[in-house]
Design a protein around this ligand. Structure first.
Ligand code: ZN
Length: 324
């Protein structure tokens, strides 16, 4: 009887997954099968107290036993202590803090990791990379994030910073990056790179179909992709060039990691076929000799709440309720 009770409570167990993004914080009560039992979102917290209150609001909604709290966050997170070692930008107020101190989880275990890694965990447990043991995730958005699963182990590195694939040097003569290096992938392929390149075309009065916004902001990456498909010569030039850089980055990543699948996520993934169709052939041709096969490139299977599900997955993995 006691065994039955244990199984029943495990079946109903949930973990709280939290994804702290630059503009929104999302959370959900997530079951062992990856189902989002209930989900929540708010604008990103701007104080530790706001983060604390949001997590406790979610905890208060749980009707099943909660196994723990998992948090995915940008920056470099020490998974052993939940300390945020480095986090530039709007969430900088969390830098040098222990997320466990901020959240005050009481008796519940709390686990934290970089948000690209939690997104990768979700894909491996429930998404486009199920049952795979060698997987790379690239997130293409404002910046470029990355995470690597190698022989079933998530790469974290000596200080938790491993997998920053967006900061591979792609252009020896490139400009300064947010990370201090020059010519990183994200200085050449990211929304910021694409938008600033289009802005440069506007600035020198090249033929363009889009114009600056009311506040002088450049058109969005989404609008630039659309304009490229509708005959805007400058947009075409910007996107073609960005895709050449993406091709180079993808080829390097495949050569380094030899994965079973490369998963593409992030806001720019919404460009869909316009993003992958032009690069697939070139990537396959340039990796054929070393890798001997065409490596599948797939879009993230869990869109929107993937990071949340993966943060909960981190709890299940740490407690050995699930395994990769
Ligand atoms: Zn960089």
């Amino acid at each position: 009887m006691s065994a039955d009770r244990t199984n029943t409570s495990l079946d109903q167990a949930v973990a709280v997954g939290v994804d702290i993004g630059a503009t929104a914080i999302k959370a959900a009560l997530v079951s062992l099968s990856g189902e989002l039992v209930e989900s929540f979102h708010q604008p990103s917290p701007r104080t530790p107290a706001a983060l604390h209150d949001f997590v406790h609001l979610v905890l208060g909604q749980a009707n099943s036993p909660v196994r723990g709290i998992g948090i995915g966050c940008k920056g470099v997170i020490d998974t052993a202590t939940s300390r945020v070692n480095s986090l530039p930008g709007d969430l900088n107020f969390l830098e040098s803090r222990l997320l466990a101190d901020v959240v005050e989880p009481g008796d519940l275990p709390l686990y934290a990791d970089n948000d690209a890694r939690t997104a990768l965990i979700a894909e491996v447990l429930w998404g486009a990379a199920r049952r795979k043991r060698n997987v790379i995730l690239l997130t293409l958005g404002t910046g470029v994030g990355g995470a690597a699963l190698v022989d079933g182990t998530i790469l974290r590195g000596a200080s938790g910073a491993a997998g920053h694939l967006g900061h591979m040097t792609l252009d020896l003569h490139g400009g300064l990056c947010i990370c201090g290096n020059r010519g990183c992938v994200e200085t050449r392929f990211s929304s910021r790179a694409i938008e600033s390149d289009y802005l440069a075309h506007l600035h020198r009065a090249a033929p363009t179909k889009l114009s600056l916004g009311n506040a002088g902001q450049p058109p969005s990456t989404e609008a630039i992709f659309r304009a490229a498909s509708e005959g805007d010569e400058s947009a075409r030039c910007v996107i073609d060039r960005a895709l050449e850089y993406l091709t180079g980055a993808v080829v390097s990543v495949l050569h380094i990691f030899d994965p079973e699948v490369l998963i593409i996520g992030g806001n720019i993934a919404e460009a869909g076929p316009q993003l992958l169709a032009p690069i697939r052939g070139e990537v396959a041709q340039r990796t054929r000799i070393l890798l001997g096969r065409e490596i599948p490139i797939a879009f993230q299977g869990l869109v929107g709440y993937g990071g949340v599900a993966g943060a909960a997955g981190l709890v299940f993995l740490q407690q050995r309720l699930l395994k990769i």
